[in-house]
Design a protein around this ligand. Sequence first.
Ligand code: AMP
Length: 480
Amino acid sequence: MDYDILPGVFDILPENKKEGWRSSALWQKLEELIRTTCQAFGYEEIRTPIFERSELFLRSSGETTDIVSKELYRFVDKGERDVALRPEGTAPALRLFKDQDQEWQKHHRKLFYMGPMFRYDRPQAGRYRQFHQFGVEVLGASDPEVDVEVIDLLFTLFSRIGLKGLKLELNSLGTLASRENYLKGLVEYYTPFLKRLSLDSVRRLETNPLRILDSKDPHDKEINKGAPSILEYLDEPSKAHFEKVKEWLTKLNIPFVINPNLVRGLDYYNQTVFEVVTDQLGSQNSVGGGGRFDSLLKMLGGPDLPGFGFAAGLERVIQTILKQEIFFLPPKGPELVVIPLGEKSLETGYQLVRTLRQANIASVIDFSKKKLSKRLQEAHDIGAERVIILGDEECEKGEAKIKIMESGKELLLPLSEIPSYLSLETKLPSLSQESKRLSELSKTKSLQETSSDLANLSKKFDTIHQNLKNLSVQSMDTNA
Ligand code: AMP
């Protein structure tokens, strides 16, 4: 029996030296930034199941799309239901919206999600069968300014991370009516090339000619160069919508390039579509993308409300962070190990660790009865900065020894003083790391943003000060 991990999926480890992007600390940090950025823009989180009825994706993405026709993880469950692992997050978000009562649907909703998606694609660097997306959907608003605000959210996140050199590609697919005209124009253009087009594209000419523009085939790409532009087919309202989007992006200093061949892989888009690409990841260069889907909710049986959203791939964002060598400091693990040497000190040691954890000082206790030298070596190996050595005799006197690993210095302290001592000692390095991060960030951020970070830092100082005060009250209580 072979228990090897399946192709196209991966594990995330606490720290992965060989493939840094698979380190959980980086994921946690990115996920936290995504949540705070979405919340700062007024988005609320939703979590949908990772499997849904297959019909949801057949109906929304379109049966001829690659996502559905080739890549869907689809099975029949024990209740004979046709089920699929979600390949994307928009259709489930809209299904969730449709399932709520009218009161809930009445409000314009700004939703975000984050989680694994599944596509049975050919595995390669930057392309996995289980990957992670975060995405946002605005439901119930059709204003072009909304399109821009959503794009602004993505770029605000990228700027908070410190990512550089990302290119925003923009296009408009117009209304469904103007697209019909364009499709006719495309069929007219491609028909004389039938013999030179790839087999896939010949098929697409019948099913959805728009997607030939997306083709990666070199011959198709050559032919695509002469294809009519969708922008020439836009009707007046679509033109006005697109102009507004461009005007606002320019006002907000978000640079973009128009790519008339950008049609995105799914059928449900209309008006604005966009993609963010990086030059750091080779052929899998798209970090995220999205667009407007004004008829999708109705198509899925919900109310006739417009929508706009995007999805971005977490793997590719983290890989770009590492490629650009961005200072992306992950939270640190336990820096303190408590080593009890006897029966009595084991209990005292555990009580001490509980107090420390309540004060948010990450600490581990070594329950093994191994030799002290071995246990010190293990503490060193996991990167502990300090160990507390508890002998039975010292415990009885209410004392313990703190050893600073780097200098080898030892300090004998009353047990009751240890939490307040450590609170100060362990929080100061993290503050110095924080200020290092801020000085790095100030190179990439505006003064205003940096000063708001400084205000947060000063709040942290206040909290620590308060914690210390509480701890000294606690230790006075213990003494009493
Ligand atoms: P899509 O839903 O195809 O528009 O994809 C949105 C984003 O998800 C892309 O820009 C990628 O960053 C990411 N993505 C899509 N498919 C994969 C995959 N198979 N593996 C890793 N990331 C993916």
